[in-house]
Design a protein around this ligand. Sequence first.
Ligand code: HEC
Length: 191
Amino acid sequence: MNAKTGKIKAAMLGAALTLGAAPQAMAEGMDYETVSDLLHLVMNSDRTVYTRMIVNRLANEEGVIKASEHFIDDKALVLPAQMFRFGAEMVAEETDAFSYSLLSLWPINKQNAPATPLEEEGLTFVAENPGENFYGEEELGGTTYFTAVYADVAVAAACTSCHNDHKDSPRTDFEGGDVMGGVVIRIPIDG
Ligand code: HEC
């Protein structure tokens, strides 16, 4: 089935409802690209708000509290990437209808490097084509997936300063507005 024309019903309707999609679109089923774009809009908005209004404001501008990967020991804010992963883990406990992760070609955490050829292709594409998303299909463990990759952009000074200064970062020249990685959303294609 072609990923762009494929329809998703039952499992994704809940997500569509939550996202307030038009009833007509749900009745006819939504294509994978639309569902994925809507899911990404929610997760990216939450991520940007957390970074700008919590981390950048309190850690970088006001100097009230640090953000640290060792947030419990340091009594610090959770990093934006950790915030994102904790959400993804909670979703994974609830449903197999989709999964998502935050990856990069220049990862601080090597586990966030691309793990499939399509992830690598998608991350390269969004880095080289600002403003465009990447959509493809891949077969993993006998299941075919619709896989979308969205650019993860440096939306606050906190993004670039923390990555450029981090001892494990393979890249130290990030600037505001740069693509720093990508959000990968994966939806199993039925039938
Ligand atoms: C205070 C430090 C800090 C801030 C602020 C921060 N990051 Fe990160 N970021 C990290 C660390 C550390 C990791 C690795 C976390 C992990 O997976 O355990 C990470 C992970 C990532 C990843 C996954 C690949 C990797 O490097 O492991 C991306 C993409 C990313 N950050 C982009 C951003 C963007 C964009 C922003 C701003 C919206 C941002 N980061 C803000 C420290 C930071």
